[in-house]
Write a protein that binds this ligand. Structure first.
Ligand code: NAD
Ligand code: AHE
Ligand code: ZN
Ligand code: ZN
Length: 373
């Protein structure tokens, strides 16, 4: 019979505290659940956001991390679609295939386990992690900053065993999010003009998406110019630092593009930039997609006239991708060489150095740090 196992994990005890490496107990998977051995996990800005205490759903103590790749270690009763040894990518946006949102065909936002997930709990309302008998919470339903973690079967995408988990873990969040926002949410087409705000893992992936869609102009915006070299390499046609101008960046972009871009993407989580991103869109049809996650209490604003005159404001979560049915295909496209992931992995490290990954992100020195277990 499957037993609890010991697992080294980075525990977030409280907001704004460094993560602490602990040996936690991980319970066996219950009915409909799967326990996996995490092979690698990227560190996304959303992990830092929640750790900062700004996330209304930030629960502590918790094991964070949501951009992982792993191997099935054991399965609970009734699990039929996965077996021991399968390679998997955890999904913070699961796909049950039967809830109202899944069957709508209109969204990737499965709601089957969203309520318990937001509380840091498994669908039965309890946690599989504990330390000295005290429960530690899950995070975004994934908790990939642990050697072992437990997820519902509906929150795991089975991917090719040929794919290097140390790289395709980035498809568990950042790269899928940026590329998907361009291809699925905005549906950018050949010849369209695009502005992308924020050249982190998400914004650079949006650049890849826009390049694949054959956008005619891809304007990359960041206040950290060290991001521009990779942006250009991936297909950005213009790189702009808003601090170089004494007028609002939306005016700069509108002038550059004969009235505004067809599509813009906010990949930062800054509500002022979200406004700029909307207002740099072309009158009559321009669409702005919010990807960045903003802190508790923050709100977006613009003159309603911006929308009356035909601009559209949208959002995108996990790039609109349905994880179980569509992510394996994206992994295949990566394996066929359609896009690269190694460009993004600026740093790799062991779990012991995970706090350094957060420092590098805050200092603007990394695109993605990947933790190897
Ligand atoms: P990151 O920290 O790697 O990148 C952010 C980039 O924005 C950096 O290059 C930074 O220099 C730049 N930036 C900061 N302030 C700026 C400003 N005022 N003007 C221009 N550029 C500025 O972050 P990331 O991992 O790429 O994540 C980006 C955002 O996307 C975060 O808010 C994250 O929480 C969110 N996110 C959302 C989803 C989703 O599904 N919607 C998925 C993943 C991440
Ligand atoms: N907990 C935050 C919301 C955070 C959020 O918007 N998360 C994104 C994914 S970020 C991945 O790096 C998302 O998918 N949201 C949809 C969802 O259902 O959570 C808050 O503001 O409460
Ligand atoms: Zn993320
Ligand atoms: Zn569902």
């Amino acid at each position: 019979m499957t037993q609890s196992i010991k697992s080294r994990a980075a525990v977030a005890w409280a907001p704004n505290q460094p993560l602490s490496i602990e040996e936690v107990d991980v319970m066996p998977p219950q009915a409909g659940e799967v326990r996996i051995r995490v092979v690698a996990s990227g560190v996304c800005h959303t992990d830092a956001y929640t750790l900062s205490g700004e996330d209304p759903e930030g629960n502590f103590p918790a094991i964070m991390g949501h951009e992982g790749g792993g191997i099935v270690e054991s399965v609970g009763e009734g699990v039929t679609s996965l077996q021991v040894g399968d390679h998997v990518i955890p999904l913070y946006t699961p796909e049950c295939g039967e809830c109202k949102l899944c069957v709508s065909g209109k969204t990737n936002l499965c709601q089957k386990i969203r309520d318990t997930q937001g509380k840091g709990l498994m669908p039965d309302g309890t946690s599989r992690f504990s330390l000295n008998g005290e429960p530690i919470l899950h995070y975004m339903g994934c908790s990939t900053f642990s050697e072992y973690t437990v997820l519902p079967e509906i929150a795991l995408a089975k991917v090719s065993k040929e794919a290097p988990l140390e790289e395709v873990c980035l498809l568990g969040c950042g790269v899928t999010t940026g590329m998907g926002a361009v291809m699925n949410t905005a549906k950018v087409e050949e010849g369209d003009t695009v502005a992308i705000f924020g050249m982190g893992g998400i914004g650079l992936s949006a650049v890849i998406g826009a390049t694949m869609a054959k956008a005619s102009r891809i304007i990359a915006i960041d206040i950290n110019e060290s991001k521009f070299e990779l942006a250009r390499q991936l297909g950005a046609t213009d790189c702009i630092n808003p601090n170089d101008y004494d007028k609002p960046i939306q005016e700069v972009i509108t002038e550059l593009t004969d009235g505004g871009v067809d599509y813009s993407f906010e990949c930062i989580g800054n509500v002022d930039v979200m406004r700029s991103a909307l207002e740099c869109c072309h009158k009559g049809w321009g669409e702005s997609v919010i990807i960045g996650v903003a802190g508790a209490g923050q709100e977006i604003s613009t003159r309603p006239f911006q929308l009356v005159t035909g601009r559209v404001w949208k959002g995108s979560a996990f790039g609109g991708v349905k994880g179980r049915t569509e992510l394996p295909g994206l992994v295949e496209r990566y394996m066929q060489g359609e896009f690269r992931l190694d460009d993004f992995i600026t740093h790799t490290m062991g779990l012991d150095d995970i706090n350094h990954a957060f420092d590098l992100m805050h200092e603007g020195k990394s695109i993605r740090s990947v933790i190897h277990f």
